[in-house]
Design a protein around this ligand. Structure first.
Ligand SMILES: [Zn+2]
Length: 356
């Protein structure tokens, strides 16, 4: 059962905890976003704390009676982002006692953490991130041709059809064929191009791209030498979750690769470009899915190492609704037929209905 909500606040879980702990909470700057830029320090001692946050707008504040100085006028202000991460940095310092300056005292942070136990806060706030230094790739690495326009005898058609992907479906995901490229990392034109889009400044734009080797003379999907990578990926993909901006927010299936996500489908399939979930990717998923009560289903390949698994578990331990799919060794979701994958998605949908 969800507790009754008196107010629409940006961090409901923190607000409720403060109300339960302190009795009364006064809201300041209601609804204001937290806007900050992560910057690198010109100089840092021993290489510690190499980054700092340049805060442009600090957001909503919850004011309570300071537990240290005996204040009774709600003079301890706690930011709605307190205890959250932002661009990978934990924000435990965003509070201020305007009565006696208690927040400057050694041990104040621990007092507050002991009182509020932020590890057990479940909701995730709505974050507004301003990233200016990110170098997204806006240009395609060559001239391209739409997959549906490839000649009937083009061997990619046959290969993809065998794997159960139609040219029409791949085209609807923006995949295309590189006909000519001057890009220094593309030594041949045997390449399928996968533009990696995200929403920026309110519209969908490319931010990175990936290519996949395919020899259209012989039909071989494997690259002839180690010097030519099967997959070539360029751009800040650690900051992107593929297709996250298109999904329905009731649940997502997180896959490793683009073809896995395509198999799951546009309404639920996303990928992280590997067996990992970066801090930024986790934040994006929290903002779009977790904060709306959505479910997260992991469909990583079975060969994830114990270390990768532990790291993932640690990052997502506060996510309330997670589920894991298990595949036999050597099988991933892209190996499913479309029918099997659709059935799987239907089953997830049913399971989730039962759990709500
Ligand atoms: Zn105080």
């Amino acid at each position: 059962m969800q507790s009754m909500r008196h107010k629409q606040v940006l961090n409901q879980s923190l607000y409720d905890r403060l109300e339960a702990t302190f009795g009364s909470v006064v809201i300041h700057s209601e609804g204001e976003s937290f806007l900050a830029k992560k910057r690198k320090r010109a100089f840092s001692k021993n290489g510690r704390y190499p980054y700092y946050l340049d805060i442009m707008s600090s957001g909503e504040y919850y004011a309570v009676d300071c537990p240290v100085c005996g204040d009774s006028r709600h003079r301890l202000w706690i930011n709605h982002m307190w205890g959250q991460t932002f661009e990978g940095m934990r924000l435990n310092h965003l509070c201020c006692c305007y009565n006696e300056g208690c927040t400057e005292l050694d041990g104040f942070g621990k007092t507050l953490i002991d009182l509020l136990d932020p590890k057990t806060l479940t909701s995730v706030v709505k974050r507004t991130t301003v990233t200016v230094e990110t170098k997204f790739l806006r240009e395609l690495p060559g001239t391209t041709m739409s997959l549906v326009e490839l000649p009937q005898e083009h061997l990619l058609r046959n290969y993809m059809q065998k794997r159960g992907f139609s040219m029409e479906v791949l085209d609807s995901w923006g995949l295309c064929w590189i006909t000519d490229s001057q890009h220094p990392k593309i030594h041949d034109t045997n390449r399928l191009l996968i533009p990696i889009n995200l929403v920026q400044q309110g519209r969908e734009q490319m931010g990175a791209w990936q290519t996949r080797y395919f020899d259209y003379h012989t039909g071989s999907p494997n690259s002839p030498s180690k010097k030519i990578p099967k997959y070539l990926i360029q751009g800040p993909t650690r900051l992107i979750v593929y297709n996250l901006h298109n999904v329905d927010t009731d649940f997502i299936v997180i896959c490793e690769g683009v073809f896995d996500a395509i198999r799951v489908g546009k309404a639920h399939g996303v990928c992280t470009f590997g067996k990992h979930l970066t801090t930024k990717q986790a934040e994006l998923i929290e903002d779009r899915i977790i904060s709306r009560g959505g479910f997260v289903v992991f469909a990583f390949d079975p060969d994830v190492t114990a270390k990768q698994w532990d790291k993932l578990q640690e990052r997502i331990k506060l996510w309330p609704n997670t589920q894991y799919l298990h595949f036999p060794p050597g099988v991933d979701i892209a190996d499913y037929t479309q029918k099997q994958a659709n059935l799987l998605v239907e089953q997830i949908k049913e399971n989730i209905k039962e759990r709500i």
